[in-house]
Design a protein around this ligand. Structure first.
Ligand SMILES: NC(=O)c1ccc[n+]([C@@H]2O[C@H](COP(=O)([O-])OP(=O)(O)OC[C@H]3O[C@@H](n4cnc5c(N)ncnc54)[C@H](OP(=O)(O)O)[C@@H]3O)[C@@H](O)[C@H]2O)c1
Length: 480
């Protein structure tokens, strides 16, 4: 891919996101595409170019990249500008022009907000006030998650964005959308008529989307206690996956046509029934052999905190394709295993084979597991006849593994950054999508109630199972 030479301005360039994820992704993007990418790091800390380059070198080393590869790039292409928390961005604007002149750039710019979310509104306003929403080339604004804390704050943030930037310039990032398997959902569904023909209420019994983390809150208690599972995971990542699983075929495979269909999915959900929501919080336990203290004992977490670290929700989509098919979203910290998975359970044939013998009745449904992490790929469980006279049926998986088929796959952030440079908004969340999503979850976020306790290292509170309804004893766990 040939990428335009551009200036990548990162606001929040001394933070965790930049050092662990963005910088290695920018570097890989530059190397993989032989692109000219000049970085201007911005934060309030007192650093100069040399100090910023030194920190960046150790960040790239920590990412496992050999120093021969990045030494020259860091020295020539990384710059730093200190800003104050209360000043305007006029000095930043001047510095941007200087750096562009120095590197002979034509004014194509990305502003990446890797800032604490409370700083998003003022940063966007200051960029606009300093005339930085336009340039001699293109200007794009990337906004990290979370976008708002509820419907009201998301609307206010959208309003500030739109009073300074055009929506076509805005890239609201949800890094789950950069994962190959998430993108592959569209290909899986729409390039394989076998599945698309069955992707509806006639053939599918239920859909479960799980994002389980085995880690607890660690040292991020201060952030997490203000966010919780609904804001941190459900409103964004799980809901984005849901829209891709459930959307109709877009009229054309372009950003707005795809995003129109995703918004329609959210609009088809009238609201969430509070009785169909189970929130939980982990207590002391063990994940594998590792003991874990209770959430309320974690650093910077209030001792009486009611912040949910687990959420399970049953949703109903009121449209022709999905009427009557329950969709379940489930996420938690300190869970038994780390996995991100979509389990699609197909309806069972209502028959017994082989002259009605009891042991040849079809007891298992076909289940399609689409695994997003840790082993990206899918597995389709089908029924086969055991060899011999018994006539018994056995469930076996048909598997596909991304790493076995393709080796290493690009990092999600690299994929998304390439799309920003290309101006492709398909994998970014539009303003109406984010508001529709908040419309659903704001009532629960506002009144979470007392969370159900669950031991660290389990699959969450027992009550979550009750959401599955009669005849379903447990969440789909696989592939087997
Ligand atoms: N870390 C992750 O893995 C991750 C994953 C997904 C999303 N995110 C999102 O990414 C964003 C950044 O997260 P983070 O973990 O990198 O946070 P962080 O470690 O706290 O870093 C925040 C950055 O913002 C700078 N900053 C703070 N106030 C500022 C201001 N008023 N003006 C300019 N710069 C300011 C800080 O530097 P100074 O103190 O030097 O100013 C620092 O560079 C957040 O929105 C977060 O939700 C992070």
């Amino acid at each position: 891919m040939s990428l335009n030479p551009h200036l990548f301005v990162v606001l929040g360039a001394t933070g965790d996101l930049f050092s662990r994820k963005l910088l290695p992704a920018i570097f890989s993007l530059m190397v993989d595409n032989d692109a000219k990418i000049i970085v201007l790091g911005v934060a309030t800390r007192d650093l100069d170019d040399a100090a910023f380059q030194a920190v960046s070198r150790s960040d790239l080393a920590a990412a496992g990249i050999p120093s021969d590869d990045y030494d020259k790039w860091c020295e020539e292409c990384l710059h730093y500008e200190q800003i104050s928390t209360d000043g305007d961005y006029s000095e930043l604007a001047t510095r941007i022009e200087q750096v562009e002149q120095e590197h002979d750039l034509s004014g194509d710019r990305i502003f990446y907000l890797a800032l604490p979310p409370r700083v998003f509104p003022e940063a966007i306003q200051r960029l606009g006030d300093a005339g930085l929403a336009t340039s001699p080339g293109w200007t794009r604004l990337v906004i990290e998650k979370p976008f708002g804390r509820d419907l009201q704050s998301a609307r206010e943030l959208n309003s500030i964005v739109h009073s300074n930037f055009d929506e076509s310039q805005v890239f609201r990032i949800d890094h789950y959308l950069g994962k190959e398997t998430v993108q592959n959902l569209l290909v899986f569904r729409f390039a394989n008529p076998l599945f698309e023909a069955s992707w509806n209420r006639d053939r599918i019994e239920r859909v479960e989307i799980t994002v389980a983390e085995s880690l607890g809150v660690g040292e991020r208690g201060g952030y997490y206690d203000r966010a919780g599972a609904l804001r941190d995971m459900v409103q964004n990542h799980l809901t984005q996956i849901l829209t891709l699983v459930a959307m109709e075929t877009p009229v054309v495979f372009e950003a707005d046509a795809i995003r129109d269909e995703k918004v329609k999915v959210l609009r088809s959900i009238r609201g969430i029934d509070p009785t169909q929501v189970v929130l939980g919080q982990y207590e002391a336990g063990a994940v594998g052999d590792e003991p874990m203290t209770a959430y309320r004992d974690a650093t910077d977490v209030a001792s009486h905190s009611r912040t949910p670290t687990f959420a399970a929700i049953r949703l109903q989509l009121e449209n022709w394709r999905w009427q009557g098919v329950p969709f379940y979203l489930r996420t938690g910290k300190a869970m038994k295993e780390r996995t991100t998975q979509i389990a699609v359970t197909f309806r069972r044939p209502p028959i017994c084979l082989f002259h009605g013998r009891a042991d040849s009745c079809i007891e298992h449904s076909n289940v399609l597991y689409l695994t997003l992490q840790p082993d990206e790929g899918f597995s389709l469980e089908i029924e086969v006849k055991e060899p011999g006279e018994s006539g018994r049926l056995r469930t076996i998986p048909l598997r596909f593994s991304y790493s076995e088929a393709f080796g290493d796959i690009p990092m999600a952030y690299e994929t998304l950054l390439a799309d920003v440079v290309e101006g492709d908004q398909t994998l970014f969340v539009r303003s109406d999508e984010v508001e529709e999503s908040w419309r659903l979850y704001t009532p629960i976020v506002d009144n979470p109630g007392e969370p159900h306790p669950y031991p660290a290292g389990s699959w969450g509170p027992e009550a979550a199972r009750d959401l599955l309804g009669s005849g379903v004893t447990n969440w789909a766990t696989g592939p087997h």
